[in-house]
Design a protein around this ligand. Structure first.
Ligand SMILES: Nc1ncnc2c1ncn2[C@@H]1O[C@H](COP(=O)(O)OP(=O)(O)OP(=O)(O)O)[C@@H](O)[C@H]1O
Ligand SMILES: [Mg+2]
Length: 376
């Protein structure tokens, strides 16, 4: 590593009673879910903190190990902790269900039924890009408001450019305050007719064509949905903004997770910059899947030279093979260190912790403990 980064003391964060929320963010596939689960387990087992982990799309076997056999959108206590008194709860985010809960909490039951039956609601609540981010924020806000846990560990959705969840309140505000929406709402309030002109105008089409394409029923569904959103989402936006402020507070610690690979590190540089711009407390970088080197002082070149000498001397071939494997790993290690150095160059002073690549996928409590033990 070309710059010395301070070591990130993960245990210090997990033990700090003033820290109530740890957020693991990073680009796709770097180990956010695994890290979040390992941190949460360690907080519960080693630091005696009543912990809940909010996971997003965990791999099936990991979900099973956490006792998450069905999506029920509420935290369930994880069994098999050591000591028995340790308490960890886990849940996976069900975004459609969370959306439904928001509707039920803020609308009359009859109105809620109408909304649930609306095809635009059905599409938005299950597929609309960004909904997962909104709902992760909503769920975090709910968990924090319940004040039942010492520590909430949050996994984040694998968005193209992660941290989309930070944009959720702002994007929602833009959507709700947007011209398009107000235009759509106006005719809905006026009785619905002019929505035809409006939609046709905005798409640059004749209203007859639009009606033919979209259908009158669909247009009335759309204006109904937009009207419902307007009445319901003021409160949602407020809560999202409140959660956003909690994320800025000192009770929160953000960990940027990255693999020591060029793309992931480039994204991590961006995330750290984004967090700083949003005044979110970045605790450090977690470099995951770092290749471990058994004999760090034996360089790749020396190992290869030794292997060649052994061959000449007629030494045991497997010893030479071990030396050659060591050479490969040492080179990979150096490349990874060089790539990780790019982060340190961009954000000097940000503490770093390294998690070694495990021999196999991490899908049970022991695997999570093994990761946790690297924080010692
Ligand atoms: N240190 C590690 N050693 C070995 N395997 C690991 C390690 N960390 C994570 N994995 C494995 O890598 C895979 C991806 O990890 P994980 O699901 O945590 O990533 P993610 O960032 O949450 O992905 P996504 O962005 O898709 O949600 C999993 O199969 C996991 O078991
Ligand atoms: Mg994940």
């Amino acid at each position: 590593m070309n710059a010395a980064a301070p070591d990130l003391d993960v245990d210090e964060i997990l033990a700090d009673r003033a820290i109530r929320i740890v957020v693991c963010c990073g680009s796709g596939g770097v180990g956010k879910t695994t890290t979040a689960a390992a941190l949460a387990l360690r907080a519960a087992e080693e630091h005696g903190r009543r912990t809940v982990v909010l996971t997003i799309d965990p791999a099936r076997r990991l979900a099973q190990a956490l006792g998450l056999t069905e999506l029920d959108n509420t935290p369930r206590q994880v069994k098999g902790l050591q000591p028995d008194s340790a308490e960890l709860h886990a849940m996976m985010l069900d975004m459609k269900r969370t959306f439904d809960e928001v509707v039920l909490a803020h609308t009359e039951p009859k109105k809620a039924e109408e909304i649930f039956a609306n095809p635009f609601y059905q599409a938005m609540s299950s597929t609309f890009s960004g909904t997962q981010e909104y709902m992760a924020m909503e769920k975090l806000g709910q968990l924090r408001a319940r004040d039942e846990w010492d520590l909430i560990v949050v996994d984040t959705p694998p968005s193209r450019s992660a941290l989309d969840f930070l944009d959720a309140p702002a994007r929602l505000s833009r959507f709700l305050d947007g011209k398009m929406l107000r235009l759509l709402l106006a005719p809905a309030r006026a009785g619905g007719r002019s929505v035809f002109n409006l939609v046709s105008a905005s798409f640059g089409l004749f209203s007859r064509t639009v009606t033919k394409i979209l259908g009158a029923q669909l247009l009335s569904d759309l204006s109904g949905f937009v009207g419902a959103l307007d009445s319901m989402f003021g409160g949602f936006r407020e809560r999202a903004e409140q959660t956003y402020r909690v994320l800025q507070a000192p009770e929160t610690a953000f960990l940027v997770v990255a693999a020591p690979e060029p793309d992931a590190v480039r994204e991590a540089v961006y995330f750290a910059g984004r967090l700083a711009a949003d005044r979110m407390p970045l605790a450090g970088l977690v470099l995951n899947r770092v290749v471990p080197v058994a004999a760090p002082r034996l360089s790749a070149d020396d190992a290869r030279a030794a292997a060649a000498r052994l061959d000449e001397m007629g030494g045991h071939p497997s010893t030479a093979d071990v030396l050659r494997v060591h050479a490969e790993l040492a080179e990979l290690h150096d490349r990874q260190a060089e790539v990780a150095g790019r982060f340190l160059h961009a954000h000097p002073g940000v503490p770093v912790v390294r998690i070694p690549a495990q021999p196999a996928d991490v899908h049970d409590l022991d695997g999570l403990r093994a990761i946790g033990s690297t924080f010692e």
